[in-house]
Design a protein around this ligand. Structure first.
Ligand SMILES: *Cc1c(COP(=O)(O)O)cnc(C)c1O
Length: 396
């Protein structure tokens, strides 16, 4: 069976060119970049080149790049690093209700440890209001963290607008750009951010490697203490192969970005239309226009997301749902709840995220197979029966 992978927001397959670029650093070029003999110098050179390239691709200076073990570490370093460094200046942090857990749980952890946290609401499309950011600021505010685009519903935030407000007030601004780097234009100056997180495995690079952009002059305490790597901001022997793989992947993603974004956007809209046209009691989550080119997120009333996923999987389609079935408790996504959706509806969500390997026949296959699955599950649902009966009643 031809498997269709529609979960690119969770992770992407690594490109063969990326693996190729990484291989020498597992084989002959195994030296420690801090060593002064030849294999060490070779590794250091590769690291320098990777840093130059990563910086250039997001409009930064190489000194402003800190390599990390991924997006989660970059988010933790940005938020805890600034919070601890600026503790004597103030203790107030602002974030939004739809952040990735790597940001949200980090902020919650700081709140438990003496910081004051404001969690801004979003509107029904998932947008943060820049005016709400402005009015939440106090003389104690040291950091604002708002994601560039949401990983579940794809909504793209007005980061540049928020950045302008914060720059005037000299308040540090972090954005989690893990879903946007390599997919839509990202430039740290145009966005007006001081810190920006990215992760390689979301743009066809290896897992376990990412970076944090830190604007020059930004005070930041390290999370990991030890050697002097990354200009004392992140100790530990560098993941040379991973870092080379990441910048190779980023270069390739940037080259094809414009055309690929346009292509995926067309497929995305074809998928959304095809589903909404054929399946009643269905709604699109996230902003209809201001959304990631490859993101589709829908709620099917009277249905449970998990059973939808299992049925799609049986048809060879890999997707994701808003409810994370962790430790046996089926909690609906905090993102969908923040949009104002009731629990019962948030449970019936489906996220389909497209990638560079997604084709028109893939999209058509989903459009063809989904109505049958949804109908079957609804027939089994007591909620749906109740609705049908209520309707029958009102007709009579
Ligand atoms: C995937 C993701 C992360 C976490 O990145 P890892 O490299 O998997 O740790 C953080 N934020 C967003 C928005 C993501 O999509």
């Amino acid at each position: 069976m031809n498997r269709i992978y529609l979960d690119h927001a969770a992770t992407t397959p690594m490109r063969p060119e990326v693996l190729e670029a990484m291989m020498p650093f597992f084989r002959d070029q195994y030296g420690n970049p801090s060593s002064i003999y030849q294999t060490g110098r070779g590794a250091q050179k590769a690291l320098d080149q990777a840093r130059d390239k990563a910086a250039e691709l997001i409009g930064a200076n190489p000194r402003e790049i800190v390599f990390t073990s991924g997006g989660s570490e970059a988010d933790n370093l940005a938020i805890k690093g600034v919070a601890y460094a600026l503790r004597s200046k103030g203790n107030h942090i602002i974030t939004s209700a739809i952040e990735h857990h790597a940001v949200y749980h980090t902020c919650k952890y700081l709140e438990k440890n003496g910081f004051r946290l404001t969690v801004l609401p979003v509107d029904a499309d998932g947008l943060v209001d820049p005016a709400a950011v402005a009015s939440a600021l106090t003389s104690d505010t040291i950091l604002v963290s708002i994601m560039h685009a949401n990983n579940e519903i794809g909504t793209i935030q007005p980061i540049a607008e928020i950045g302008e407000i914060l720059r005037k007030r000299s308040i540090l601004f972090h954005t989690d750009a893990v879903q946007t780097v390599g997919h839509i234009p990202v430039n740290v100056d145009q966005l007006g951010v001081d810190l920006l997180s990215l992760s390689a495995h979301k743009f066809y690079g290896p897992k376990g490697v990412g970076a944090l952009y830190v604007r020059r002059g930004t005070r930041l305490d390290p999370l990991i203490h030890g050697g002097a790597q990354e200009r004392n901001r992140r100790a530990g022997t560098e993941n040379v192969a991973g870092i080379v793989g990441m910048t190779t992947a980023l270069g390739l993603a940037m080259e094809e970005m414009e055309g690929e974004a346009r292509r995926q956007q067309e497929l995305r809209d074809m998928l959304i239309e095809g589903i909404l046209r054929n399946i009643p009691h269905t709604r699109l989550n996230g902003h209809p226009k201001q959304r990631l080119p490859g993101n589709v997120n829908l709620c099917f009333e009277f249905i449970e997301g998990e059973s939808l996923l299992l049925n799609l999987d049986m048809k060879g389609i890999a997707a994701s749902s808003g409810s994370a079935c962790t430790s046996g408790s089926l909690e609906p996504s905090h993102v969908l709840l923040a949009l104002g959706l009731p629990h019962a509806i948030a449970h019936g969500s489906l996220r389909l995220t497209l990638g560079r390997d997604t084709s028109v026949p893939d999209i058509q296959a989903v459009i063809d197979v989904l109505p049958g699955i949804v109908d079957k599950l609804r027939q089994m649902s007591p909620l749906y029966d109740a609705e049908a009966m209520r309707k029958a009643q009102s007709v009579r």
